[in-house]
Design a protein around this ligand. Structure first.
Ligand code: PBG
Length: 324
């Protein structure tokens, strides 16, 4: 295939040629929209660090879920901001807590959208860590029961899938066992299996009020330099019963997505995280970039790397663009 016999430009010459030979296609089917639930009524408070996103009370969550559903987005993932935080994250697993209420509201009013929940303790603990703290250390095994209780309470409220994001060792097995024992063996687990200690979560931590009050998350989230370890983490979670393996963040970790797609045999999800969203929105507000086009190109690149599913704050806009 050498010039002048082969001329790659021939098949780039018009839209139809390009359509016909396009290798990767993004679809609204690929997208999951994250939403932030707060107590109250008729609350729609802009999240400063994430233009276009809001703290939403349950009635407003329902509205957004309906909007997403109408745009063709198959699923939302819910995060909650509790009314109070404490040492043991009790508002993460209480029956009447914010995420549990939001799940019920969406399932009742928008039955066609799939409700996934983020299972973690960081937004519910007063110290902001993803597990229980003992003597300044995040205690792995003591956290497992609380995580499993949180997942169970979500499922009892009607969640269709749970997504543990805490990065404690063994939590997928613990959640799987609890769900099975309680009669929820059909509920899938999407594990944040390969989650890096990343600066790209900054805007989210403002949005979810979940920044650690001391230290950082490096003792449980992965070191950004590691790739073999991603395979170990994913393999472990598969053995523990995960149904979908997530890589997070997405853009600085496309090589990890690609590698997992080659080496493991489960659907791969990628989280196009808050920092990735906010820098593009900021660029747009400055008038420097065409964020809409950048977002579509970004999502396509995540899919091309190997992701089957993409969690993205741009899900509604992207779905509308794809179906226009
Ligand atoms: C909770 C959690 C985080 C995100 C998803 N679940 C934050 C963190 O680990 O600090 C980040 C999402 C984003 O940045 O968009 N553990």
């Amino acid at each position: 295939m050498l010039f002048p016999d082969y001329r790659p430009r021939r098949l780039r010459a018009n839209t139809n040629f390009r359509r016909m030979i396009r290798e990767t296609r993004l679809s609204c089917d690929d997208l999951i929209l994250p939403l932030f639930a707060v107590e109250g009524k008729d609350v729609k408070k802009p999240i400063e660090s994430m233009p276009g996103h809001f703290h939403l009370s349950c009635d407003q969550i329902v509205k957004k879920a309906k909007e997403a559903c109408d745009a063709g987005v198959p699923a939302i993932i819910l995060f909650g901001l509790p009314d109070k935080k404490d040492e043991l994250a009790t508002r993460a697993y209480a029956k009447d807590a914010i995420v549990q209420k939001a799940i019920r509201a969406v399932k009742e009013n928008v039955p066609d959208i799939t409700v996934i929940t983020d299972v973690c303790l960081c937004a519910y603990t007063d110290h902001g860590h993803c597990g229980v703290v003992e003597n300044g250390i995040i205690d792995n095994d003591a956290s497992l029961d609380l995580l499993a209780r949180t997942a169970l309470s979500h499922v009892q409220a009607g969640a269709d899938m749970v997504a543990p994001s805490d990065m404690m060792d063994g939590r997928v097995a613990e959640i799987r066992q609890t769900l099975d024992e309680e009669g929820f063996s059909q509920i899938p687990i999407m594990s944040y299996a390969v989650k890096y200690a990343s600066a790209f979560y900054g805007p989210f931590r403002q949005a979810a009020d979940s920044a650690p009050q001391f230290g950082d998350r490096k003792t449980y989230q992965m070191d950004p330099g590691n790739s073999d370890e991603a395979i170990r983490e994913a393999t472990m979670d598969i053995e523990e019963g995960a149904d979908i393996i997530m890589v997070k963040p997405a853009l600085s970790y496309l090589d990890i997505i690609y590698r997992l797609k080659q080496e493991i045999d489960l659907p791969i999800a990628a989280y196009n995280v808050s920092g990735e969203y906010s820098i593009m929105k900021a660029g747009e507000l400055m008038g420097w970039v065409d964020a809409k086009k950048m977002i579509m190109e970004t999502l396509l690149s995540i899919k091309r790397a190997g992701a089957d599913i993409i969690l993205t704050y741009s899900a509604i806009d992207a779905a509308r663009e794809l179906n226009a």
